[in-house]
Design a protein around this ligand. Structure first.
Ligand code: AOS
Ligand code: ZN
Ligand code: ZN
Ligand code: ZN
Length: 424
């Protein structure tokens, strides 16, 4: 299904007077309102193809039905999200789950839904049917050269698929590591991984980026070979100017100061992008902003601060992606919530009185610093985000409209009740 403009306009007509009052009030206190609205409208967040179905946990999976059965279905789902919020205009594919059968048809579909192809993701954390060598003991780090070569070849194949579709970045996340002390020689594992990444790097087209994603633990529980931002930055630096560090918010040890990591990576020109999600314990992959909205705001505060200083483009400079999984929510409603939370954090960060903050910092006025940040965080910017969406042709209340239109029911009718999305 594809949402008609008329339906969104009707929905907006019903809510416009209430919205207008809230917007006028909120906009009154923002100095550069049109600038803020333009930045919000330009901001696009990629939806990962694997977040459109119910992921489940290792204990069970409870499908809500109507999940996408193919790449075409996944694009249809993201097309719906983008029509509702006008901020989800990109898809991040995962190979081999999303190998396009007909590249031209997939490109045409992307044009129809107004979607771009964001980073393509490789997969060397699972064995695929018919695969010659197993990744049980790692992929790019493996002690056996033949296994490493297989993983390198796979990554290069992923680049080729991405190239055909018009993507311009590869995200490499490795499950490589060890479960027990003594299992792995750390330095040999690092060297092997670096050597393998170098082979992949060589295959990158000139305009491509490689994102090296780190993760503290899981599925390996003693060591991970790209375990933190220091290791990722080491790889990215050794690889060269096309390699960057990717920050997945759920991939840190508890209480890590992610905003500080972000600010330093940005300063070094090595921040590649994000996998947005939220967590209370580990890689929980919960809805962005559902647990620690203040942290999300503080991250965006660093982004706005660092990017403005460097004159980087908010809309295209980095890879902005969601990486989430859904066990108890409708995946599409959940993604609408995640995108909204990201837009809110961005809007809050844009409205921080930066001049006053700089001054307060220079004076060591700790109280004023906190007041300034929390003034922005505690101000309701939702009407600004809604206005940006409205001006871009989206819905004033995307989740409400999704429900009013009974989108899930329609998808179930179309695709069936017992569906398992391809992927995780
Ligand atoms: C795994 O924990 C990482 O977050 C990956 O980025 C991602 O979830 C995976 O590549 C999806 O298959
Ligand atoms: Zn991730
Ligand atoms: Zn993860
Ligand atoms: Zn995660």
């Amino acid at each position: 299904m594809q949402l008609e403009k008329k339906i969104i306009e009707q929905h907006n007509d019903g809510l416009i007077s209430g919205h207008q009052k809230k917007f006028d009030y909120s906009a009154g206190s923002v100095a550069n309102i049109n600038n803020v609205l333009a930045k919000l409208a330009a901001f696009q967040i990629a939806i990962p193809s694997w977040a459109l179905g119910t992921g489940g946990t290792r204990f069970g999976r409870f499908s809500g039905g109507g999940e996408p059965r193919s790449l075409e279905d996944k694009m249809e789902d993201i097309g719906l999200l983008h029509a509702l919020n006008r901020s989800s205009g990109a898809i991040s594919l995962h190979i081999p789950w999303d190998i396009p059968k007909d590249v031209q048809a997939i490109k045409a579909l992307a044009a129809q839904y107004d979607l771009k192809f964001d980073a393509v993701n490789s997969n060397t954390f699972q064995d695929q049917p018919g695969q010659q060598h197993s990744y049980k003991f790692g992929s790019l780090q493996h002690v056996d050269k033949a296994v490493r070569q297989q993983a390198i070849d796979h990554n290069i194949e992923v680049i080729r698929h991405g190239e055909a579709l018009g993507s311009d970045s590869l995200t490499v996340w490795l499950a490589d590591g060890s479960c027990f002390p003594g299992q792995l020689n750390f330095r040999k594992a690092f060297q092997n991984t670096l050597d393998s990444l170098q082979q992949i790097y060589k295959a990158l087209p000139a305009n491509w980026k490689m994102f090296v994603e780190y993760k503290a633990f899981e599925p390996n529980f003693y060591s991970i070979t790209v375990g933190d931002w220091g290791q990722s930055l080491l790889y990215a630096t050794k690889l060269g100017p096309q390699a960057y560090t990717l920050v997945d918010l759920g991939h840190h040890l508890p209480n890590a100061n992610i905003e500080q990591i972000v600010s330093l990576l940005l300063m070094e020109g090595k921040l590649g992008g994000f996998h947005f999600n939220d967590s209370k314990y580990g890689d929980d992959d919960l809805t962005t902003g559902s647990i620690k909205p203040y942290q999300l705001f503080l991250i965006f505060n660093e982004l706005v601060d660092g990017m403005d200083a460097k004159g980087m483009d908010h809309a295209t400079g980095l890879g902005w992606m969601i990486d989430a999984s859904h066990n108890v929510k409708d995946p599409l409603e959940d993604l609408l919530q995640s995108v909204e939370a990201i837009m809110i954090a961005y809007a809050q960060a844009l409205t921080v009185d930066r001049e006053a903050l700089n001054k307060a910092q220079a004076n060591n006025d700790v109280v004023a610093c906190q007041e300034i940040l929390q003034e922005a965080f505690r101000t309701d910017v939702r009407p600004l985000v809604a206005e940006a969406r409205l001006r871009a042709g989206g819905a004033l209340a995307p989740v409400a409209l999704f429900r009013e239109l009974k989108v899930r029911e329609q998808l179930i009718n179309e695709r069936g009740q017992k569906t398992v999305a391809t992927g995780l």
